[in-house]
Ligand binder design. Structure first.
Ligand code: GPK
Length: 838
């Protein structure tokens, strides 16, 4: 059937009535869906039913764009970016889709007129938390920006049945609960069983020389798993583009367990089905990696193989020869989690599609590009050889072959330099052997990038130095960004209104336009509006805090916020030391003039990361003491807001006055929360680390609170022999703070509880808290002095926001397309409009 004819046939009524973007039509389809999809009437309907009815009404309005987009890309044979990521931390879809469709206010009106509380309906959505933190959220911001910039793209990942765990705080400790996000169904996805693919695992290989002299390899797997795609539309902002997020769910293949069943092994068949489905069961909850888990390698291979097979299917559907794979697809590897794609594409091209090795290798290298997200050595993925061979025997052979050819090239370039050969090898042979996934990604990619300027420089000079010396032209920097649609328009409607009333709406797609706010920083009237908005956002957050933490906080106090995964390198405990120092000051001088502050923390600890969990306990322990001490007289409050997530972030960033970005210099690759705070008018206290450096560069040194050692200073201190105990002895205030923790002041007298933390600091302090303590405390003193000058603070706040244009993910994506992907925009024509005009 002809696509346009088919669209025309279903369109007539749909465009004008069924999927129209106005209030009355929305009401109508909301009610239709309540009856016909949910099978409920108002007396029986739950809030979730109402949410789903609205979600389906909105989905109907997406489908036209989705179909039109697919048709446009197919017809144009458009070059497509495939973003491969083990994580997509999307956050709730409903509000974002309403914003991008441009019908947020209409939907709100419609629900209100039906007597429903719109915000309550939005809050019903269980957010798809299919990621851990920055890396997964970056993938979500990037697919938003690609759709907004009309770049044909597919996000490929895993449809985890359980996303990142739900965190609650019990007796000050983190407690994890499974995230049953699919419990009430997911209205945003469409299952596409017809595009399911088969993935092999385990087994062994057979090598045979054919009669014509060619060598063929057969991989005889021990298991087969079927990958079923679930598609979610990703809307661009107020355009006709709806790209696709395609997440793979693992299922037992019908035919495979049927065989076992026929042999009479019913339980064996059921077990096999369960073990297949395990593959996409749960997201590994470690930020920055925890090694050696077989299931994790299987997950990585599973989604990579599914995705590459899917791309081949798409090419075949468009009758494109596989020699042109790299022309049809630009494949971005989001960290090394999908790096096995290099070996898998080689296997598909060489073993399954009979392409000669050299040709296949050229195609492969032109296809892939690799983004590195961390300098932490323990986060660089390596797989023990025996485990790798057990799961992917054929891929190990392919990696050996890639390595042999690669190392030949290295030896030619650097004759006699065997140390360099060993350093560059895809196989770590210094002890027990490992496959180095970052090396596989580097060798198989034509482009390698870091995520902030400093990070990229450190990759070149340190972590990937040998690769940089070999191929300097492969390296470039792509500083991260975040989408202003979710992080300003959706999260901060009050600010959005003020900004749009002042400078128009262009800034939402061209964030540099926020510059136009700069002169308004000098208007007392504008500043007062700006403050009213911040104050309203803080009141809203204070209500959340009262509900979740049972602590009353004053919206007129400074909201000093640190939200991110809990990690020693991110140094939440440095902030804790400062709070204790302030507390001690208040105890010593009860009448001290101290502007009231509310310290707000949030973030999850990897369930197996004991020190991180102890850091949470320390923060809650400080809160228990400080919040109740009458001598403090409410001048300090400390809260740990449980379950930091995209949803909670949307409430927190707009309400922050001070953004804590205090990682040890050289450790945080970029940071992206830092950008969300800045956009929403928070001032930053931070180190010279990651994107902080670039934030400071755009806002100006006067509008940024800088402290701490620089990366070269950290390296120098490390080299000369850092002895934290000496710093402790030489700083009486630091000593008092540490002693108080050690002696059990924040653990009801239990002097053993925080011992591991205190001892680690005193004797190792791998992240240089003690070396940065004095500088941090003094910088916080300057923050306090600035805060009391309200007009000055507001001016700085406006300038921070006005100068945040660089940190839109639209800019990041433009950089990627210009330097790496070369994927032109393809504007989409709505099929129906075409028909209506014709
Ligand atoms: C980096 F290596 C990793 C990882 O496993 N998970 C993760 O979230 C983060 N990251 C970095 O820590 C951040 O500095 C960075 O902004 C973010 O990735 C996105 O690039």
């Amino acid at each position: 059937m002809d696509t346009r004819a088919a669209a025309a046939a279903v369109d007539h009524r749909p465009l004008s009535e069924r999927a129209a973007l106005n209030k009355e039509a929305l009401k109508q389809s909301f009610l239709d869906n309540l009856f016909h999809t949910q099978g409920k009437f108002p007396a029986l309907a739950s809030k979730s039913d109402y949410y789903l009815a609205l979600a389906y009404a909105v989905r109907e309005r997406l489908l036209q764009r989705w179909i039109s987009t697919a048709a446009e890309y197919m017809q144009k044979g458009a070059r497509t970016v495939s973003y491969l990521s083990a994580e997509f931390l999307m956050g709730p879809h409903l509000g974002n889709n309403l914003i991008n469709l441009g019908i947020y206010d209409e939907a709100k009106q419609a629900m209100t007129e039906l007597g429903l509380n719109f915000d309550e309906l939005l809050a019903q959505e269980e957010e798809p938390g299919l990621g851990n933190g920055g890396l997964g959220r970056l993938a979500a911001c990037f697919i938003d920006s690609m759709a907004t910039l009309e770049i044909p793209s597919l996000g490929y990942g895993i449809r985890y049945e359980f996303g990142i765990f739900h965190q609650s705080i019990v007796d000050g400790w983190q407690v994890e609960k499974t995230d049953k996000w699919l419990r009430y169904g997911n209205p945003w996805e469409l299952q596409r069983p017809e595009w399911a693919v088969q993935v092999k695992l385990g087994g062994y290989t057979e090598h045979r020389s054919e009669e014509d002299g060619t060598l063929t390899v057969r991989w005889i797997p021990s298991r087969l798993v079927s990958g079923v795609p679930y598609d979610t539309p990703i809307l661009g902002y107020r355009n006709n583009t709806a790209n696709t997020l395609r997440l793979w769910s693992a299922q037992a293949p019908e035919s495979f367990d049927f065989e076992v069943f026929n042999r009479g092994d019913y339980y064996g068949a059921v077990m096999q089905k369960m073990s297949s489905e395990n593959l996409s069961k749960v997201l590994y909850p470690n930020d920055e990696h925890e090694g050696g888990k077989e299931l994790r390698l299987e997950q990585q291979y599973f989604f990579v193989s599914c995705s590459l097979q899917d791309m081949i299917r798409i090419m075949q559907g468009q009758r494109l020869p596989l020699e042109h794979f790299h022309e049809k697809f630009a494949v971005q590897l989001n960290d090394t989690h999908p790096a096995i794609a290099v070996a898998e594409l080689m296997r598909l091209l060489v073993d399954e599609h009979k392409m000669p090795w050299n040709r296949a290798w050229q195609v492969t290298c032109k296809t892939f590009a690799y983004t590195n997200h961390t300098l932490m050595p323990e986060a660089l993925e390596r797989w023990p050889l025996p485990l790798f061979k057990k799961v992917l025997p054929r891929h190990l052979e392919i990696i050996f072959e890639i390595n042999a050819r690669f190392l030949d090239e290295v030896r030619r370039r650097y004759p006699g330099d065997s140390a360099r050969v060993a350093r560059l090898s895809l196989i770590d042979e210094s002890g027990p052997r490992y496959v180095r996934m970052a090396h596989l990604a580097c060798v198989g990619s034509h482009a390698i990038n870091g995520v902030a300027e400093l990070h990229t420089e450190l990759l070149k000079s340190d972590v990937l130095r040998d690769f940089y010396e070999l191929w300097p032209n492969k390296f470039s920097n792509k500083t991260n960004g975040v989408t202003p649609r979710r992080w300003m328009v959706l999260a901060n409607p009050r600010l959005t209104r003020l900004v749009s009333d002042s400078i128009g709406e262009d800034w939402i797609k061209h964030l540099d336009q926020l510059q136009k706010l700069e002169p308004l920083a000098e208007s007392a009237d504008f500043r007062s509006h700006w403050r009213e908005i911040k104050r309203a956002n803080k009141r809203a957050l204070a209500e959340v805090i009262a509900r979740r933490c049972n602590v009353a906080v004053d919206p007129d106090s400074m909201f000093d916020v640190q939200v991110k995964r809990i990690h020693e390198y991110k140094r939440q405990h440095l902030a804790a030391l400062h709070i204790i120092a302030l507390y001690l000051q208040l105890k010593a001088q009860p009448n001290l003039e101290l502007a009231p502050r509310t310290f707000i923390f949030g973030g999850k600890a990897a369930p197996g990361y004991r020190m991180a969990k102890l850091m949470i306990k320390l923060i809650t322990g400080i809160g228990d003491v400080v919040n109740r001490d009458p001598m403090v007289r409410d001048r300090l409050k400390v809260v740990f807001l449980p379950n930091f997530s995209v949803t909670n972030g949307q409430r927190i960033y707009p309400a922050a006055d001070l953004s804590e970005q205090i990682s040890t210099a050289g450790k945080e690759a970029s940071g992206t929360g830092n950008m969300k705070f800045q956009m929403n008018g928070a001032l930053t206290i931070g180190t010279m680390d990651g994107a902080n450096i670039e934030i400071r560069e755009v806002v100006g040194a006067d509008n940024f609170f800088l402290f701490g050692l620089t990366t070269p200073q950290v390296y120098a201190l490390q080299a000369q022999g850092y002895r934290p105990h000496d710093w402790y002895e030489q700083d009486p205030q630091l000593r008092e703070v540490i002693d108080m923790i050690r002696d059990g002041y924040f653990s009801r007298g239990d002097a053993s509880l925080f011992r591991p933390l205190v001892d680690s600091l005193l004797w190792h302090d791998p992240y240089f808290l003690f070396a940065d303590f004095r500088s941090y405390v003094e910088c916080q003193q300057r923050v306090g002095e600035t805060w009391v000058d309200t007009e000055r603070w507001t001016r700085m706040s406006i300038l921070n926001s006005a100068r945040s244009g660089k940190f839109s993910s639209d800019r990041s994506i433009r950089d990627y397309t210009k330097d790496i992907w070369h994927a032109p925009s393809v504007p989409v024509e709505l099929l129906t409009e075409h028909h209506v005009r014709a």
